[in-house]
Design a protein around this ligand. Sequence first.
Ligand SMILES: *Cc1c(COP(=O)(O)O)cnc(C)c1O
Length: 400
Amino acid sequence: MQGLRMPDLKIPSRVLMGPGPSDVDPRVLRALGMPLLGHLDPAFLAIMNDVMEALRGVFQTTNRLTLPVSGTGSAGMETVLVNLLEPGDQALVVVQGLFGQRIVDSAKRCGAETHVVEAPWGEAVDPAAVERKLGQLPGPVKLVAAVHAETSTGVLQPVRPLAEIAHRAGALLVVDCVTSLGGCPVEVDAWEVDAAFSGTQKCLSCPPGLAPITLNARAEECVRARRQPVQSWYLDLTMVMSYWGQDRVYHHTAPISMLYALREALQLVLEEGLEDRFQRHRLGAQALAAGLEAMGLQLLVAPELRLPSLTTVTVPAGVEELRVRRELLNDCGIEIGGGLGPLKGRIWRIGTMGYSCQEKNVLLLLTALEQALRRQGRETAPGAGPRAADAVYVSSRTGA
Ligand SMILES: *Cc1c(COP(=O)(O)O)cnc(C)c1O
């Protein structure tokens, strides 16, 4: 292979409005390019501390055990489950889409007897159904797990009522916050969530590669009380914690540049302020929904359950789903997502996450989508979509 020469790395210009990753603020990209430090260098240890502290702010928690796991959001899921579950434990998973199913798969691989309460894709699970199910299960249930923001459907599952129900049954509540953290309220302490995990490339607008997690004292105690060692060496929190905690014992080399990036991304979140950031996401989703509906398109999810970070819209009859996505990407550089599982070919998933959630992007997407649909013979009143979205933005500024 000597002499092999690849063409220069060339990245096409994109607007990332799919289900993640989202666009990254230039400040975060600059942080990625900073010189490396050793992973035990005191200057780097200070950065790790900053990241942990900022994560507590974003998760709205005082939990000691709050850190970014090396790996994407799925590594966060596995970390929480492999540390909390032991073979023979019972787990109950709230499933309303693909990511709930992944928790089921992961819990089973931990050797847990895994039960499910399901809702059709596009709906949320009724907490009363979770309570009924817990009442029917024979032995103690170790944990109840739910996806807060189901990225496969665009549904926001209310979490707070689940905490009370889980605790009454003596179970911990574990929440997947991958698509909610940084995009809508995630109040770990106020909602009494025992363990939560997230990812960096959705509403935190950082490249993929780290998985913020947080465990409260109850969950930590559960890890300490294990009868058997965690079956994953890499994700064993007892060992990971001795690197992130006071001891600073080498376990695995931290992804140093990613931690610079996450520190900067979290700094951006805290500079904007959580409340303003959530409002920006709510507004983006409202404007997008108004635009899509003005174009005669139908949204999959009932208004009260819609995610501020991801909107799912039904593909109209007679329109080729994939062709629209391909044209948005090739002609306008805009990425959106298609449907998964039972929704494959039936919906588009449009993200308004983090840095991508901007007025100019919403207007651009609606304009481009109008053209793509028109090319397939689906005419709407010219400019109806962007105009309706613009009205939402304008009225938000005038307070009308
Ligand atoms: C993206 C996502 C994940 C998985 O995260 P990866 O970073 O792709 O591993 C898990 N849960 C939800 C809800 C997600 O949106």
